[in-house]
Design a binder for this molecule. Structure first.
Ligand SMILES: [Ca+2]
Ligand SMILES: [Ca+2]
Length: 298
């Protein structure tokens, strides 16, 4: 009898041992603030690139239309790749906004001619060396015709792409299978999208929708792209932040959030007069375009 009692105790002990979690659950990421105005401007850092920004918490990664740069968080350039397209299988001439995750830089690449993107792809680069690694192919049947920026969806191991030309949908790909997952409609449609960042099933979208000729500010919008952990058909889009605190109205580009401290970082260009996407000289007091990271703390 005593032996049976000991056996029962041993079984209960092993069962409770089995129910112990075998590995540490990934802690949930700090969600976005409900409104972007909760983030206050802290510092401004001048950089070489005019398109995209990403951070792994240790460095800032910046894209120009045709190069990748890596900076310390106080703005010292530590690496660059000024020939990033020479190993791609498909011809390319344009980076949009970028992201970085788990040692890889994710970039949206295309050949952009006459207002339409060709050869759209997600090209992946090594975050240490900035060297090209591999690409994820575009699904042309998705309806996407341009890539202005992308964001890694860390919770679902996916990547989202935005489209500056049409802008009515965001497009999702799986990072393991490298296959197209689906798309989400945006309502209302944010005009002239540039960069996106994804966290906790929500996406913040930067839009160059303020006309510098009329002294108008650009905006950030928020969209929830999941419902019960599946892609929602239509995401409601809300105005999240008006960017009234740039040094001069101009061209908003990519954005990111620093995973170390949850700072919001926005890339913006000022000084160049750009009419319908074409450079037309400079505003008074400027002889070149200035590219800056605006770092906001909550
Ligand atoms: Ca852009
Ligand atoms: Ca603008």
């Amino acid at each position: 009898m005593k032996n049976i009692y000991l056996i029962i105790l041993a079984v209960i002990g092993s069962l409770s041992a089995c129910s112990e979690p075998t590995k540490q659950e990934k802690p949930a990421e700090t969600p976005f603030a409900e409104w972007g105005k909760e983030y206050a401007l802290d510092t401004v850092i001048e950089v070489n690139g005019r398109q995209g920004i990403a951070s792994d918490g240790k460095f800032y990664y910046v894209s120009s239309s045709t190069a990748l740069y890596k900076y310390t968080k106080d703005g010292t350039l530590v690496a660059s790749n000024e020939e990033p397209f020479n190993q791609l299988k498909l011809e390319a001439n344009h980076f949009g906004d970028i992201d970085v995750y788990d040692g890889n830089i994710y970039t949206g690449i295309e050949t952009f001619i006459d207002g339409v993107g060709k050869n759209i792809q997600v090209a992946v680069y090594d975050a240490n060396t900035l060297n090209y690694k591999y690409s994820i192919d575009w699904n042309e049947a998705s309806g996407q015709v341009e890539v202005c920026g992308l964001a890694v969806d860390r919770e679902h191991n996916r990547v989202w792409m935005a489209d500056w030309v049409q802008g009515h949908e965001l497009y999702c790909y799986d990072l393991d299978s490298k296959q197209y997952v689906g798309k989400v409609k945006l309502s209302p449609i944010p005009r002239l999208q540039q960069g996106i960042y994804c966290k906790n099933g929500q996406i913040i979208i930067s839009c160059d929708d303020g006309d510098a000729e009329k002294n108008e500010s650009d905006h950030l919008y928020m969209a929830s792209v999941y419902q019960n952990d599946t892609l929602t058909e239509t995401a409601d889009v809300k105005l999240w932040r008006e960017m009234t605190d740039f040094k001069r109205v101009g061209e908003i580009e990519g954005l990111t959030f620093d995973p170390e401290n949850n700072n919001l970082i926005v890339l913006a260009n000022r000084g160049a007069r750009i009419i319908l996407g074409m450079p037309k000289g400079f505003y008074e007091g400027y002889d070149h375009e200035i590219h800056e990271l605006y770092v906001y703390k909550k």
